[in-house]
Every structure is written in C-alpha cells, then in structure tokens.
Design a protein around this ligand. Structure first.
Ligand code: MG
Length: 333
C-alpha cells in the first residue's frame, strides 16, 4: 500500500478497491459490510432515531482523541440525547489527495474501537477522493432504536418543567481548549473529553430517572445549549456560577486568551433537565458511570421569565446569557 492518497484512489477501480479492502474493511470488519452490497439491511423497531453530522476538525489527531473517535461520539451522543439506543452507523470519508494512509489507518481503527465501545455497528460507508492538500473529512449518520422500556420515552427540547434541576455530567470546555491549544502550539495538560455517553444514559434510564430534556454540550457550549432549551420550553433557567465544573487548567487557558468557557464545546458531556427531587440520585448515578466522574447540579428551572438563561455570579449578580453570537471565539469545527 502507498503512503499517500492519490486521485486514482477515488477512481472506482483497482486502487479504490485496494484502499477499501486493505484499510476500511479491515478496520470496520463486520458481517454486514463484508457482503459488499449496495445497502445494508438491518433489524429495526417501530420508531427509529436518525441523525447525521460532518467532522472537519484539524488537527485530525489531538490529545484525548482524533477525528474518527469524534465522528462516532458526536453521532452516538446525539441519538442518546433523545433516549434512543444507538444501533447503526454509516461513515463517508472525503479524502483530499495527499492524505497520509498511515494517519487514515489510525483514524479508521480508532473509529472502529469507539464504535465497539458504544455498541454501534458500522453498516455502510463511502469514500471519495478530491483535489487538495492532504486533509480529510468524515460524515457519519447514526440510527438508534426505541426498544422495550424505551418505546414510550419522549425526551425533547421543550420538555423542561418548573421545579426541574439542571445537571451537567462533568468539566466544561475541555475539548475546545485541547483543540485550540494544539492549533496554537500551546503546551499544556488539557485533553479532549471526546467520549460516547451510552453507559451514562443507559444507567439513568434503567434507574427510572424521568429525564425531561437532554443535550450533549458541543458547538456553542453550555450557554448556547441551555438557552435553546429554555426558549423551547418557555421556562427560566438559572445557573449558579460557583457550581459550574471547570478545571483550573481550562480556566487559566480561557483567562489567557479571553475566552468564556460557557461557550466552549465539549464532546463527551451532557446537560440534563429532570425533576428536582430526582437530582441527587441522578448525580450519583452519573458519577458512577463512565465519563461522569464530575457530574453535578448547576441550576434550577422556574417560570417567571420565559425563555431566559440567567447566571448567578459568584459576587451575587445576575447575568443574562444568550446563545453564542457570530464567531464569538476561534472555531474548532
Ligand atoms: Mg447534540
């Protein structure tokens, strides 16, 4: 096998076949894919959840993950946020000429490993080669099912109710800070939190926690995610600044660059809105789950100012927060 992707790898001929059989089929090996049919036929249920996302992050490998792991986590987490059980994944690779085959192989293997961890099967894929300078992008589509007890779930953006608690599953801003550090050549110990949240959601549902609304905290950060949920439900979300979990390192990094961690993306954190009386139990379940070690309650839902997201500051002030406006901070995807 060669070192770099060339245009001929996208020709549909023998070079394409070699790339698929030697690299992708090897990494994603499964009974469904091995059939090499035009489409996969898989088992389903009455209601299915579907989501799609494209991943364009640079650098493609970063502390704590890579574009392959990210593409599985981003898609799987979106399915989980509505209570679906992630089942199937498709992946499309857009490869620029000059892409390193070695890097691509590592990314494909990491993707396969993350899919195994999340319990999803990669059932279809596509590769295209375009002109360029050695970068590549991944699109993933995910399908989730609502089996058994999940069949009656209705976790949705407008679900928040008065008296609900606002929970977050861990430290904010890590992914965003890790990518920016890498890109700016800043040396620190910050690692991306990129992770599939299957175990955590599974435990919450199995324990009978009544989740009203749930979002993974990605692009736009916690403030954007919660402002959207407050608007959808026409409720007031109030956060306590001193309860927000942010590591010293991320705080220092943000201070240095003048960034607000409330608007920085994670890739392995969720915010959940659920009945206040279940909050304590939910926090301890999340803390026992993989990737939920720093879960905590950060705020409360009330009804007096519909659609507003408020932050009670450490010194006792009340700040109104909006969604991320324009290019508020250096983009990472
Ligand atoms: Mg999402």
């Amino acid at each position: 096998m060669e070192d770099r992707i060339r245009m001929v790898h996208g020709s549909g001929g023998s070079a394409t076949n070699e790339l698929i059989s030697d690299l992708f089929a090897r990494a994603f090996q499964s009974e469904t894919l091995d059939r090499m049919e035009d489409c996969a036929i898989v088992a389903g249920t009455e209601r299915i959840a579907v989501t799609t996302d494209s991943f364009v992050v640079t650098p493609v490998e970063f502390p704590g993950g890579d574009i392959g792991r990210l593409s599985v986590c981003g898609t799987v987490n979106d399915l989980l946020m509505r209570g679906a059980q992630p089942k199937y994944l498709t992946c499309g690779f857009i490869l620029q000429e000059g892409t390193s085959i070695e890097v691509l192989r590592r990314v494909a293997e990491s993707m396969a490993e993350t899919a195994r961890e999340a319990g999803v099967q990669i059932v279809a894929g596509d590769t295209k080669v375009v002109n360029g300078s050695g970068e590549f992008y991944i699109n993933t589509t995910g399908v989730g099912i609502f089996d058994g007890d999940r069949s009656r779930l209705d976790i949705c953006a407008a679900g928040a109710k008065e008296g609900d608690a606002i929970l977050v599953s861990g430290n904010l801003g890590d992914h965003h800070a890790a990518i920016l550090s890498g890109r700016m050549g800043i040396k620190n110990q910050i690692v991306s939190d990129c992770a599939p949240l299957c175990d955590m959601v599974e435990r919450l549902l199995a324990a009978g926690i009544h989740i009203h609304a749930m979002r993974d905290v990605t692009r736009g950060g916690l403030a954007t995610v919660l402002k959207e949920l407050a608007e959808a439900a026409q409720k007031t979300f109030t956060l306590e600044q001193e309860l927000l979990p942010i590591t010293r390192q991320v705080q220092d990094f943000c201070g240095l660059l003048g960034l607000d961690p409330l608007y920085m993306g994670n890739e392995g954190k969720l915010a959940a809105i659920l009945p206040g009386e279940e909050a304590e139990r939910a926090v301890s379940i999340m803390r026992e789950a993989k990737y939920g070690g720093n879960a905590c309650r950060i705020g409360t839902v009330t009804a007096e100012e519909p659609g507003r997201l408020l932050l009670k500051t450490r010194i006792g002030g009340l700040r109104s927060l909006d969604v991320l406006m324009g290019e508020g901070l250096p983009r990472i995807c």
